[in-house]
Design a binder for this molecule. Sequence first.
Ligand SMILES: [Zn+2]
Length: 81
Amino acid sequence: MAQDSCDGCGRTVSVAGGVANIWTFGEADGSDGTAMTLEFEDGTEHLLCYPCIEALPDEPTAEDVTRLEQVDGETSRLGVL
Ligand SMILES: [Zn+2]
């Protein structure tokens, strides 16, 4: 499991995947790790923790991720759009 930081709030997250990730079943089911990589239609990828993902609309854009970057991960309300 890799350690990385969320593109939204910047907190340290762990990402399912990599050579040690032998106990998942090929599905990104979210049961392992605390973040996911979202890929947008324009081809950009953003690593986001689950609170940030939940704060995004159903069809997030890179612009929405940029908005996440403007808030502080500890004190902000990630639910605000
Ligand atoms: Zn985050």
